[in-house]
Write a protein that binds this ligand. Structure first.
Ligand code: Z5A
Length: 209
């Protein structure tokens, strides 16, 4: 039977392969009869795509708290306008980044208060939580190297940050996964994309078929 009405999120550092895996999982789900909606954060709505430009531009001078509020605004709009209706109609919603990015980047990376970041997530999402979160784990130096090749040396506002920032993000992701092992699937992203995709598909079928 086709899988329906699930929210699956992909998380991890820059260049870990989230977009690549989102596309491969979409193919598998559609081949097995699911209706799939692919989203990214920040983005997925008119507001979200506009704020994405602001959030990623190296020209933007944003206070960490402003940044956190803008990510929350994008998420609130995406949840209300797109995700909840799609789940209600039986789609499988795949989202490239979601609530855990705010905890990992704004609390872990920027050093903002974790409890406040979780409160922002609750404000944006209400009771909505991912049914499965795939954490693609990769050494930040390798991920940034992949992103830099892809972007031809045009780093965004996050890519220019020091290694320490990205390492703290990675550590926070590990903590989150340890705290909620039932929600997270942690995979070594330093494997060929097809191999990672097989592991994700195996878990999706095990949980939801
Ligand atoms: N952010 C935040 O701070 N707080 C929040 O709440 C949210 C986001 C929601 C969004 O940028 C930034 O916003 C993000 C965090 C912050 N910045 N950082 N860091 P984004 O969406 O543009 O960037 P990203 O989410 O980090 O995605 P990305 O750079 O596009 O990476 P990716 O999607 O994980 O990887 P990819 O595009 O699939 O692959 C990257 C390259 O590696 C590409 O050339 C692939 O062909 C290659 N690749 C993929 N998989 C493999 C494997 N397995 N082996 C070798 N090469 C591979």
């Amino acid at each position: 039977m086709a899988i329906a009405g699930k929210l699956i999120t992909l998380e991890g550092g820059e260049g870990a392969g989230k977009s690549t895996q989102l596309a491969l999982l979409t193919q598998q789900l559609e081949a097995h009869g699911s209706k799939v909606l692919k989203l990214r954060e920040p983005g997925g709505t008119l507001l979200g795509e506009r704020l994405r430009e602001v959030l990623k531009s190296p020209q933007s001078k944003l206070e960490p708290t402003t940044e956190a509020c803008l990510f929350a605004a994008c998420r609130a709009q995406l949840v209300g306008e797109v995700i909840r209706p799609a789940l209600a109609q039986g789609s499988v919603v795949l989202c490239d980044r979601f609530i855990d990015s705010t905890v990992a980047y704004q609390a872990g990376g920027r050093g903002l208060d974790r409890t406040l970041m979780e409160a922002l997530n609750r404000l944006a999402c209400g009771s909505l939580r991912p049914d499965l979160t795939v954490l693609l784990d990769l050494d930040p130096a390798q991920g940034l190297g992949r992103a830099s090749v892809r972007d031809q040396g045009q780093p965004d506002r996050f890519e220019v940050l020091q290694d320490g920032f990205h390492q703290r993000v990675r550590d926070f992701y590990h903590n989150l996964a340890r705290e909620e092992p039932q929600r997270f699937l942690v995979l070594n992203a330093h494997q060929p994309p097809e191999k990672v995709a097989q592991q994700i598909w195996h878990e999706v079928q095990r949980r939801f078929s």
